[in-house]
Design a binder for this molecule. Sequence first.
Ligand code: TRP
Ligand code: ZN
Length: 878
Amino acid sequence: MPADSIRTDAAPGEIRLADYAPPAFLIDTVDLHFNLDEMATTVVARLMLRRNPAAPADAPLHLDGESLTLVRLTLNGSVLQPGDYHETSGGLAIPDMPAAGLLEIETRLSPKANTELSGLYVSGGNYFTQCEAQGFRRITYFPDRPDVMSRYTTTIVSTCPVMLSNGNPGPVTDLPDGRRSVTWTDPHPKPCYLFALVAGDLVSVTDSFVTRSGRQVALGIYVRRGDEDRCAHAMRSLKTSMTWDEEVFGLEYDLDVFNIAAVSDFNMGAMENKGLNVFNTKYVLARPETATDTDYQGIETVIAHEYFHNWTGNRVTCRDWFQLSLKEGLTVYRDQEFSADQGSRAVKRISDVRALRAAQFREDSGPLAHPVQPASYLAIDNFYTATIYNKGAEVIRMMATIIGRQAFRRGMDLYFARHDNNAVTIDDFARAMQDASGVDLEDFKLWYHQAGTPDVSVEDSYDPATKRYSLTIRQATRPTPGQPDKYPLVIPVAMGLLDGNGQEIATRLDGEPDTTPGTRVLLATRAENRFEFIDVASPPVPSLLRGFSAPVKLSGLTPDRLRFLAAHDTDPFVRWESGQQFAAAALLDMVATIQDGGEPTVDPALIEAMASTLEQEPAFAAEALALPGEATLADKMDVVDVDAIHTARDLVRQAIGRTLGDRLRALYDGFTDSGGYSIAGPAIGRRSLRNACLAYLVAAGDTAAVTLAKAQFDAGRNMTDVLAALGILSGVDCPERSEALATFYQAWRDDPLVLDKWFAIQALSPLPQTVQAVEWLKSHPDFDLRNPNRIRALVSSFAGNQVRFHDASGAGYRLYADTIIQLDPTNGQVAARMVSPLGQWRRFDAGRQRLMKAQLQRILDLPDLSRNTFEMASKSIA
Ligand code: TRP
Ligand code: ZN
């Protein structure tokens, strides 16, 4: 081992940002030749290499490779002998490389035997690749790192009717042996993680798009035969995304074709390969009978996300994987803004914040907390996290808030002008924003390096004599693993002031010229900041963090103020948020009463607050009517009491259903959709409010409501209403429940995406027998450990069922760990991503702590545990 790779302060196998060194060689062109065969595919790669002037002149060439058979290696036409190169733990080293040369590598691999779904694999008889983050090394020997950018040509030879790769296609030629050949040319330099190949018996849905500057783009969505009638929404979303990126960011598409291929076996949601996005079928296929409104919205968002990567990720890419949020945070921000522009901005923001809190805040307060730019990792696949994606997007959003929208757009322009076709860093991005805006972002950048969610509290006072109002904002961030000391962050607090009638009043700070009423942004930069407002006529109520202007936990508002804001604020986000905080406080009071052995009562003010939301616009009302979830309430407790939370929440749901029954029923009946199904925002809003009403009616324990839910299920209008009814029924122990589940299974047993819903809904049932049901479903003939969607539908959904997953017997933990243990040998990436719920053990009582840790230990005791799962389990148990 060379001396410089021995480090005493790094864990074994740990990769550190501080160790970054430029690649020894650059590769200008890559010419790939695939001869496809399920058992033995051969790949010939011709690489034009040259020494990187930015690297030491004697650095050896290192090529990554994994699960490959090396057939032949030639350099400038002569075959290399075993002495000319040596195999290393993760690939090949060629010590005496000339300054430039053509390396030709022939490898053999078995796509059929590839269960990891990384590299080249077979799914449903068709070939697909997945190269991010490090799958290209499973296809050929290569410097598998994003700062090596090359121009690719790809020739595919096979019997497949469809053969796709990156870039623009050449003609298909018939070979004498009955096979066919096609060559794709990608003129844009790219890192190897963006390489893709798809081949098989697929059918396409086509369309076209003309870019702003007149380029004709042929659009294609490739799916399995029979799925053609489920592609319209994806195609529409693609075209809308293309237009939006031109209008909002001035960014045009840059090839003659843009293809999407859908695959049912996929580790994640989708992948932005240049010119050939590969999608989990879940994010492509939709018809009203098979997909819910949430599915439709997911498709629109993910299609946009992957398309937007063409500029933020592909044209400008990451120097190394520590910069992952450079492309992911920015692209999530872009897809969030896109979706906000397609429907209700407020409702979109509410759902994004819900997701942020459920995934990222929880991650940030647990053993896996890490900064948006981590300093080290063991397995990069484990770092596709809510922090990198969602908190990363929040950091971008805060930058836009601080420098302003127009400066943000100028910053984007500058970023592309400076870095097009380059592999760059998060610092490069921040520098472009700083230079374009003239705002110093140096202190702000701490958001990238400091993990943990800041706790922000406020205190205020009003002096009637001087008409001064003073607002003190305090911040503190708790320690996270490896970061005991935390520093104040630059927190943009978008805010306004309301008078006693709920009217917006001017917010004029001492020393400022006159201001007009409306939202302004305060910057909290220290552990404590005090803001003095002048000319305030009467005691105001502060409306803070409008639009959730920073990813922090805010406290310090009394229940009375929360109710007032819920009723009056002009900012819909704060209205929703205040209602939720008010409800959470009431629910937690009940939890405390239950824990003290008392009889909890439902605060009439809570019912009243819920009642007043019914008049609001339906999509918003549905959000406001939903009580904080069990996990959200758990996040607010020092020691989670899953049963008391469940009981309290059930009592409130029952009380709402009983007290407001007539109004809920009237609303339900009033919304009956006439005409066909529409996925326009208002129609979605009506369906969600109507289904929220139905859920409360059933929660009231009314048997007529169960009949109503069953009737809605039987009517089969669309999957949104059918699944809502089924979900409601699955929470009630009644004959209608088993009948509906059986009917659903019979109707959809041959449709994998719909059958996933059948598995998920049973895993999410609050009924006490759910643990046994999940155990039984794991041995159901339709359960398949090779299919990540199915595992997520059943087992990951179950982990989100707080009251049942955390069953005091530990049976839930056991079956969950069993699944990870069964899955790890074939798909370590997905197994590892399942570990985190067990890592929440610190937040539970001693008994559950012991049970959860025992399962983590069982996982760690496995002799051949994958590196991915090892990283997650060892960090989770510590
Ligand atoms: N880059 C992809 C996205 O965010 C996600 C991704 C990362 C991925 N790694 C993957 C997808 C592995 C599939 C498999 O859009
Ligand atoms: Zn992405």
